[in-house]
Design a protein around this ligand. Structure first.
Ligand SMILES: Nc1ncnc2c1ncn2[C@@H]1O[C@H](COP(=O)(O)OP(=O)(O)OP(=O)(O)O)[C@@H](O)[C@H]1O
Ligand SMILES: [Mg+2]
Length: 432
C-alpha cells in the first residue's frame, strides 16, 4: 500500500514538473514576445528567438532598455518642443510687429487670431476679438457685406485683392488668402489690410499741385489775353462818357459798361495773382506789421459793416517771406470772414498771432455761417465758390494756399455749418 502510494506520488510529481515546465516556457515565450513588441515600438531591433535564452533574457534587462528609450524619446520631445516654442515666439513677434494689419478667421468668419496693428486700427476700445465675427468687430456690421473678400476666398480657395476700402474713417487695401489643411481644404482665411490713408493723401496733394500748376498756366494765358480788350473797352467807355452830347440814358448805360469792365479787370487781377508766375521776393517780415497793414486796407469795409474786430497780436519772431504776398493771404482770409458774417446780427472777427513748433501762427476767426462738412475738402480748389456770380470767383483760398506753400508753411481750417470758422496758417520763424 505504502509502496503503491509512493509510486503514485512520484508519478504526480513528474506530471506537476512537466506542467510547471510547460507553463514556464509559455510565460517565457509571452515575455519574449512582449519584449520584442515593445522594442519594435521603441525602434530597437527585435530579439532573435535563438539568442534569447533564459540568461540572455535576464542579462538584456528589457525594462532597462525600454526605460532608456523612453528617456531618449522624452529628451527628443523636449528639444523639439523648445524649437517649436522659439519658432512660435518668432512668428508671433513678426505677426505683432508687422506694419500691416493681419487677422485669421475660420470658415464661419469667426476671428481666430489678430495682430496688434489690426487691433490698433480696426478694433474700437477694448472690444473682445477672438471668437467674434470679423464683420462685427472690424466692419461694425450685423452680417457680412456682399463684397466681403473673405467669403470669396472661402468659396473659391483663391486670394482676393481689394484696391481700396474705407473702414473706421481710414483707407485700406486688403488681401485675403486661403488657409489650407494638409489635404488642401480651406480651413480659414488670412486677411492682410494695409493702411493707405497717408499715401492717398500724399497722392491727392500731388494731383492737386499738378492741377493747380496746369490751371495757373491756363489762367495766366487767358488773363493776359483778356487784359488788353478789357483795357480798350474801359478806355473807350470813359472817353464816350466825357462827350457832352450824350443823353442821361446813354450815360447810365456807359456807367454799366465801365462798372462791368472794372469787375472784369478785378477777375483778371485775381487770375494773375493765382498764377503768380513771379517767385516771392523774400525779406525779413514782421507778421504783426503785415496784419496791421491788411487791417488798414480793409478798415473802411469793417467800419461800414459794424464789425467788431478783436486783435490779439502777441510778441513773435520774424519770418522770412514776401510781405506783399503774406498781406494778400491775410486780406483774402479777412474778406472771406467779412462775407461770411454779412447776414449775422452779431458780427465779430478775431485775428490773433502766436508762436508754435510749426512757426509763427496767424488765426482768423469769425462767427459767420460756417462751412458745411461736404464742401470743406473743396474750399481750396481753384474756382470753387458758393457765392453768387459777381461776388466770388473762388480763387481767394487757392491763392492763399499757393502763397503759404511757397513759404514752406501750412494752412488749416476748422469750421462747422452755423458755428463760424477758424482759419490758421503757419510760416516757419527765422532762426535767431
Ligand atoms: N470764413 C469763411 N466762412 C464761411 N465760408 C467760407 C469762409 N472762407 C471760405 N469759405 C468758403 O470757401 C469758398 C471758397 O473761398 P475762396 O476765398 O477761395 O473763394 P470765394 O471767396 O468764393 O471767391 P474769391 O475769394 O475769389 O472772391 C467760399 O465760397 C465759401 O463757401
Ligand atoms: Mg474769398
Amino acid at each position: 500500500m505504502g509502496k503503491m502510494s509512493s509510486g503514485t506520488a512520484s508519478l504526480i510529481a513528474e506530471d506537476e514538473k512537466r506542467d510547471i515546465y510547460k507553463s514556464n516556457e509559455r510565460l517565457k515565450r509571452y515575455i519574449r514576445d512582449k519584449v520584442n513588441q515593445l522594442l519594435t515600438v521603441m525602434g530597437t531591433r527585435p530579439l532573435n528567438t535563438e539568442e534569447l535564452d533564459d540568461d540572455t533574457l535576464l542579462d538584456l534587462d528589457p525594462i532597462g532598455i525600454i526605460a532608456l528609450s523612453f528617456e531618449q524619446v522624452l529628451e527628443h520631445l523636449k528639444e523639439t518642443n523648445k524649437k517649436l516654442r522659439i519658432a512660435k515666439d518668432q512668428l508671433q513677434a513678426v505677426f505683432d510687429t508687422a506694419g500691416v494689419c493681419i487677422s485669421i478667421v475660420d470658415p464661419e468668419l469667426r476671428i481666430v487670431n489678430c495682430n496688434e496693428k489690426q487691433k490698433e486700427l480696426l478694433v474700437s476700445g477694448n472690444k473682445e476679438v477672438i471668437g467674434h465675427y470679423c464683420y462685427e468687430v472690424y466692419c461694425g456690421k450685423d452680417s457680412p457685406t456682399l463684397d466681403c473678400p473673405a467669403i470669396e476666398t472661402i468659396e473659391t480657395g483663391r486670394p482676393v485683392f481689394i484696391r481700396e476700402v474705407k473702414k473706421k474713417g481710414r483707407n485700406f487695401q486688403i488681401v485675403t488668402s486661403p488657409l489650407k489643411d494638409i489635404d488642401g481644404n480651406v480651413i480659414g482665411v488670412i486677411e492682410v489690410s494695409i493702411d493707405v490713408t497717408e499715401k492717398k493723401k500724399a497722392e491727392e496733394g500731388m494731383r492737386q499741385a499738378e492741377k493747380l500748376a496746369a490751371i495757373g498756366l491756363l489762367a495766366a494765358g487767358i488773363a493776359h489775353e483778356i487784359n488788353n480788350p478789357l483795357g480798350n473797352i474801359l478806355g473807350y467807355a470813359k472817353l464816350l462818357m466825357r462827350e457832352s452830347d450824350i443823353s442821361v440814358g446813354q450815360r447810365e448805360k456807359l456807367e454799366v459798361i465801365v462798372e462791368q469792365a472794372k469787375r472784369g479787370n478785378e477777375i483778371v487781377r485775381g487770375l494773375l495773382d493765382f498764377s503768380r508766375q513771379s517767385r516771392p521776393a523774400f525779406a525779413s517780415v514782421s507778421m504783426n506789421e503785415v496784419i496791421l497793414k491788411a487791417l488798414k486796407s480793409l478798415s473802411n469795409q469793417i467800419d461800414r459793416q459794424g464789425i467788431k474786430l478783436v486783435t490779439n497780436l502777441t510778441k513773435i519772431p520774424m519770418v522770412e517771406g514776401d510781405p506783399k504776398q503774406i498781406e494778400q493771404v491775410v486780406v483774402n482770409l479777412l474778406l472771406n470772414s467779412i462775407q461770411a458774417i454779412e447776414d449775422m446780427t452779431d458780427r465779430t472777427i478775431s485775428i490773433e498771432t502766436g508762436y508754435t513748433d510749426s512757426g509763427v501762427e496767424v488765426r482768423v476767426i469769425d462767427n459767420g455761417h460756417g462751412i458745411p462738412e461736404e464742401i470743406l475738402p473743396r474750399i481750396f480748389d481753384p474756382f470753387f465758390t458758393t457765392k453768387p456770380v459777381g461776388k466770388g470767383v473762388g480763387l481767394g483760398l487757392s491763392i492763399c494756399l499757393g502763397i503759404i506753400k511757397d513759404h514752406d508753411g501750412s494752412i488749416h481750417v476748422e469750421s462747422e455749418k452755423g458755428k463760424g470758422s477758424k482759419f490758421s496758417f503757419h510760416i516757419p520763424a527765422m532762426s535767431a
